[in-house]
Design a binder for this molecule. Structure first.
Ligand code: GAL
Length: 659
């Protein structure tokens, strides 16, 4: 179920507010500035456990009462956090058994956040207690409109390797498999004679030896996700006893490999995400778009919330580049274009002390007499003008398959090549589609794919037979499918499907793969049609498919590199290498699939339709004119009558006329 926070205005604008770091006089300046910028929502108390409960069972809510009242008086609503991501130092001392143990078996030291064991009953009890106090006290406070449980589950403690966690893992396995016979069969333990004869013979992968049972590693990852979800559920249920307001927790989509957000999304009332730009990376706005699309997709297409991003530099990258003028605005509005109903930042006011003091904020150390503050105020105005965008949905004709389990499995040790990289392949295809101005959804391989003209599987190593059948149904009923190499190989236990590769996709692709020929580092092979293949080559044997490109060199010279297979009403394509330039090939597939897209626009223009709003974000320096656009440009009130020009670096949002 997805429900929305009840906000006074359209799009939520604001961020994490940490008044506890400031004297009370500053709070008054804060609310004055918040009003100036049009802030209407703040996340409060995210890391305040040690201040709300200064000693076990001793509470101090007086300051939070005053902050909440002050915000309410100023018309600013609150996303009230449970502070459980940062247990206080007293908790650590009182409960040494709840300390996080790393993969080398070392206790992680205190003095930071997230240093607890996710399987610790003491932690769960303490977290439930502070949550209960907060929920009973503030459930009916008029400023509170939603709940922000915890912060980024798994940020530093995705897995704990203590004895308590190990026991929890065994209990979880017992529930999953029922019997040791079933577990041994699933894990393939006849290999190296690693048959387990008792549950307590099973060890979590602490300090793992090379060649550890792959299925054990996958199950441990699954278990870790569930351990965190159990904690979330427990807090959510405490809140539910007092409040019906929406409950969320902020994700780190695509940037937290250990957390399977398909599973997480089912637990929250509204999906929310934190996104930080990879400052030094060229084309980082494309990675941003990908994360926004993935967030919308795990939300089932419903609007979601951008819970955190930054006004400028972060503090944790090797070189923390500031955003250029206009970049924050383009970033924020790109999230809105792709389904976010909020523009929220970490954080409101830059800290003077602590680990994140060089992180940007809405109010920088320079204060309001600064370029950054002026941009924050201007963005607040833009956001208010976009109120009507709220709730709008983004329609996509193309889906990319994304599966965290397959990501884990692909990147376990001892694969045919260390260059097999889930994100690299997904991003390569995503980027080519972005540059073709095609909006994409992401989809789980088992999901209903019927609304897509084209489904792309850039890296679907782990693919169950059921998922393979799902893809086959998609093609038979008229869809196109584009699959990249080393997909459909293994099942959920990392056991290779019977018969020749790719077991889960042979029928739909109309081929088999006789042998893999991974390429040497930096080596490439020529492919017909002017392509160059990197990373991978393999011996494809058509069985119904026809070659549309051929390897012209390397171990598979003369054999198919790209194939096409007509099946039922649709077509399945296969790409047996990593083409240096994907765009030409993709354009061919998009045309064949009948995917509609604008032509002749520069590939620096981001173009997304959300409901009746067209977002045009110009990441280039030159102005771009787009024809065929009619309506009102909401950010400056201009009427567009058949065309619109977007100046370099600028954003235009056109509302189509009401029909
Ligand atoms: C996020 C976190 C915030 C803050 C931010 C800095 O991961 O949720 O609390 O640390 O990063 O970029």
């Amino acid at each position: 179920m997805h429900r929305y926070p009840v906000l006074p205005e359209g799009i939520a604008y604001g961020g994490d507010y940490n008044p506890e770091q400031w004297p009370e006089e500053t709070w008054h300046e804060d609310v004055r500035l918040m009003r100036e910028a049009g802030v209407n929502l703040v996340s409060l108390g995210v890391f305040a456990w040690g201040l709300l409960e200064p000693a076990e069972g001793v509470y101090d809510f007086a300051w939070l009462d005053r902050v909440l009242d002050l915000l309410q008086e100023n018309g600013i609503k609150v996303n009230l956090a449970t502070p459980t991501a940062s247990p206080p130092p007293w908790f650590r001392r009182a409960h040494p058994g709840a300390r996080l143990v790393d993969q080398q078996g070392r206790v992680v030291s205190g003095g930071s956040r997230h240093g607890f064991c996710p399987s610790s009953p003491e932690y769960a009890r303490a977290a439930a207690r502070i949550t209960e106090r907060l929920a009973e006290r503030y459930a009916t406070h008029p400023a509170v409109v939603m709940w922000h449980v915890h912060n980024e589950y798994g940020w530093a403690n995705a897995a704990c390797y203590c004895e308590v966690s190990q026991e929890h893992f065994r209990r979880w396995l017992r529930e999953r498999y029922g019997t040791l016979e079933a577990l041994n069969a699933a894990w393939g333990t006849t290999f190296w004679g690693l048959r387990h004869g008792a549950w307590d013979e099973i060890e979590a992968p602490r300090n793992p030896a090379p060649g550890l049972i792959p299925a054990l590693q996958l199950d441990f990852q699954r278990f870790c996700v569930e351990a965190h979800i159990e904690l979330f559920r427990a807090e959510r249920e405490v809140i539910r006893r007092f409040s019906d307001l929406p409950v969320t927790t902020n994700f780190m989509i695509a940037n937290c490999k250990p957390m399977d957000y398909w599973r997480w999304a089912a637990e929250v009332d509204v999906v929310s995400n934190d996104h930080y730009l990879q400052a030094e990376r060229p084309g980082n706005h494309i990675e941003l778009a990908m994360c926004a699309d993935l967030t919308r997709s795990v939300a089932g297409g419903s609007p979601w919330m951008l819970m955190e991003h930054s006004t400028g530099a972060v503090n944790w990258q090797p070189r923390n580049l500031a955003k250029r003028p206009g970049e924050m605005r383009r970033n924020s509005l790109a999230h809105v274009a792709r389904g976010s109903d909020s523009v929220l930042f970490f954080q409101w006011r830059a800290s003077r002390f602590g680990a994140e003091k060089f992180h940007s904020a809405m109010v920088p150390h320079a204060g309001p007499d600064s370029r950054l503050w002026r941009e924050v105020v201007a963005l607040g105005r833009d956001v208010r003008r976009l109120a009507g965008v709220r709730g709008g949905r983004v329609a996509a004709e193309v889906a990319i398959l994304w599966d965290w389990e397959s990501w884990w499995a692909l990147e376990l040790d001892w694969r045919p090549s260390v260059d097999l990289d889930f994100r690299e392949r997904v991003e390569a295809y995503y980027e080519a589609l972005w540059r073709e101005h095609v909006t994409v959804d992401f989809a789980h391989p088992g999901a209903d794919l019927s609304r897509y003209k084209l489904v792309v599987a850039p890296s679907a190593y782990l693919l169950t037979q059921e998922a393979g059948k799902n893809l086959r149904r998609h093609v038979e009923s008229g869809g196109h499918l584009l699959v990249s190499y080393f997909s459909g190989i293994a099942d959920e236990h990392d056991t290779i499907h019977p018969g020749p590769y790719p077991g889960a996709l042979r029928d739909v692709l109309g081929l088999t793969v006789e042998e893999f020929h991974p390429l040497a580092e930096r080596a490439s092979v020529p492919v017909s049609g002017g392509l160059t293949g990197r990373v991978w080559s393999e011996r494809v044997r058509p069985a119904g498919a026809r070659a549309v490109r051929t390897f012209e060199g390397g171990p598979d010279a003369g054999h198919p590199a790209v194939t096409q297979h007509d099946l039922g009403e649709g077509v399945a394509w296969y790409v047996a290498t990593a083409p240096g330039d994907l765009r030409g090939l993709l354009a061919e597939v998009l045309d064949a699939a009948g995917v509609d897209r604008p032509r002749g626009l520069p590939d620096t223009l981001e173009l997304v339709r959300r409901g009746r709003h067209l977002f045009l974000i110009n990441h280039g320096e030159e102005p771009v004119t787009v024809e065929g656009v009619t309506g009102v440009a909401l950010l400056d009130g201009r009427a567009c009558d058949g065309s619109v020009t977007v100046p370099g670096g600028d954003v235009v949002v056109v509302a189509a006329p009401d029909r």
